[in-house]
Design a protein around this ligand. Structure first.
Ligand SMILES: [Zn+2]
Length: 259
């Protein structure tokens, strides 16, 4: 048997989950760029004079020392990297941030490096912190996370037969993961969501644009609703498959060389 000596390392992280633990501790899940999710206990964090204190609350962007334990890791020397005060002061911003944290967490596993996902998440938190709420913030984040992980829906041609799409008559099939043409529409009995031409254009734009190019868009209520529904259902199907393969991904990561 290989003896694993406990080791300590320093990580940049965002707290994506936090709960009370024991008498005065907090149990946190950190999203990190190179180690995926790290679960650890912040000992004494709920004591009034703890130096960990607020730095291990939800959506804190921190640098921390992780001390690997045999059964449970712990964090110490936590340092705040971004203030994100605007984010923590408003309910709508906080709940949007928590929703994004949930998405980021569900696309991550313990020990798996994904710096692009991490950077996207931090960038999104900084935008959310600094700017007024925008209905496309969450949609842009969802689309970027799908792109980074290789799960973008098929929106340039029919997902079934590959035909170029006509300007109208689009529907989206979450089950098939993309837009279907009128010919393929009738062939299955799955749920089909309406997708106007504007909605399709908006989905394409969200996938390839930077936030500065998304911010000026003033989409109609109908288009926003269609885009939100399509992305929500698509994410649901992707994550459902993804979650089932988590055990496999954990297995793969165990064989990956360490950074
Ligand atoms: Zn087709």
């Amino acid at each position: 048997m290989v003896s694993s000596r406990p080791r300590t390392y320093s990580v940049e992280a965002v707290v994506v989950r936090a709960s009370d633990f024991g008498e005065a501790d907090r149990l946190v899940t950190l999203l990190t760029p190179f180690s995926g999710l790290v679960r650890a206990v912040a000992r004494g964090a709920r004591k009034p004079k703890s130096r960990l204190g607020g730095n291990v609350d939800l959506l804190r962007h921190i640098k921390a020392s992780v001390n690997e334990g045999r059964s449970l890791h712990s964090v110490s020397q936590v340092q705040s990297l971004s203030s994100l005060r605007g984010l923590h002061s408003g309910l709508e911003k906080m709940s949007t941030g928590l929703y994004m944290a949930e998405i980021a967490e569900r696309f991550s596993v313990e020990g798996a490096s994904n710096p692009e996902l991490f950077n996207q998440f931090v960038q999104m938190l900084l935008i959310l912190n600094a700017e007024p709420m925008h209905p496309l913030m969450a949609r842009w984040f969802e689309t970027q996370v799908l792109r980074i992980n290789g799960f973008l829906p098929t929106i340039n041609q029919c997902v079934d037969c590959g035909t170029e799409l006509e300007p109208q008559g689009h529907v989206f099939s979450p089950e098939r993961g993309g837009i279907v043409c009128p010919d393929c529409r009738a062939s299955e009995s799955d749920v089909l969501l309406p997708a106007s031409l504007n909605t399709v254009k908006l989905l394409r734009h969200l996938a390839r644009a930077e936030w500065q190019e998304v911010r000026p868009i003033n989409a109609s209520e109908d288009d926003l609703r269609q885009v939100a529904r399509i992305l929500k259902e698509h994410l649901h199907f992707v994550l459902d498959r993804n979650v089932r393969s988590t055990a496999f991904m954990d297995e793969v990561n165990r064989w990956r060389p360490e950074n």
